[in-house]
Design a protein around this ligand. Structure first.
Ligand SMILES: [Zn+2]
Length: 136
C-alpha cells in the first residue's frame, strides 16, 4: 500500500466531470482515459445490459463550449487569461530549454567517453569486448 501511495500520479482534471448526466439512465458520466471522453457511469460499471455507453469525446465538448465561454468573458478576463497563458508558455519553454541543455551536456560527455574508448582500443589498451561492456 505504501508503495502504491508513493507511485500515484496527481489526479488529472477533466472539466466536465460531475457535470454530465446520462440521457437514458440519469447516472453521472465518467471520464475514460483510454477513450478520451465521457461515458455513462452505469454502462461503465454494469455493461450493455444496463445502459449504452453514450461516449462523447472531451475535445468535442470543449469545441462546443469554447465560443460561449470566450464571448461571456469580459475584455479584462481575456487579458488576464492571455497573460496567464503566456506565463505558462514561457515557463514550459524555459523548462524545455533547460532539459535540452542537460541532454546536450550528456551527449557531449558520452561523445568524449566514446572518443576515449576508441583511442584506447586503437592503442591496444582495450579489447573490443571490454569496450562494448563499458558502454552498456
Ligand atoms: Zn446511462
Amino acid at each position: 500500500m505504501e508503495k502504491r501511495q508513493r507511485n500515484r500520479t496527481a489526479p488529472t482534471h477533466h472539466p466536465f466531470s460531475n457535470l454530465l448526466v446520462c440521457i437514458d439512465c440519469g447516472s453521472g458520466m465518467n471520464y475514460k482515459k483510454d477513450r478520451k471522453g465521457y461515458m455513462c457511469g452505469r454502462y461503465a460499471k454494469y455493461g450493455v445490459k444496463c445502459c449504452k455507453s453514450h461516449l462523447i469525446k472531451e475535445a468535442v465538448l470543449i469545441d462546443i463550449v469554447k465560443p460561449d465561454f470566450m464571448s461571456g468573458m469580459s475584455q479584462m478576463d481575456k487579458e488576464v487569461m492571455k497573460r496567464d497563458f503566456h506565463k505558462k508558455v514561457s515557463y514550459y519553454s524555459k523548462r524545455n530549454e533547460r532539459e535540452i541543455e542537460n541532454v546536450e551536456g550528456r551527449i557531449e560527455v558520452l561523445k568524449r567517453r566514446k572518443k576515449n574508448l576508441v583511442t584506447m582500443m586503437a592503442d591496444g589498451e582495450l579489447d573490443r569486448e571490454s569496450c562494448m561492456e563499458s558502454i552498456k
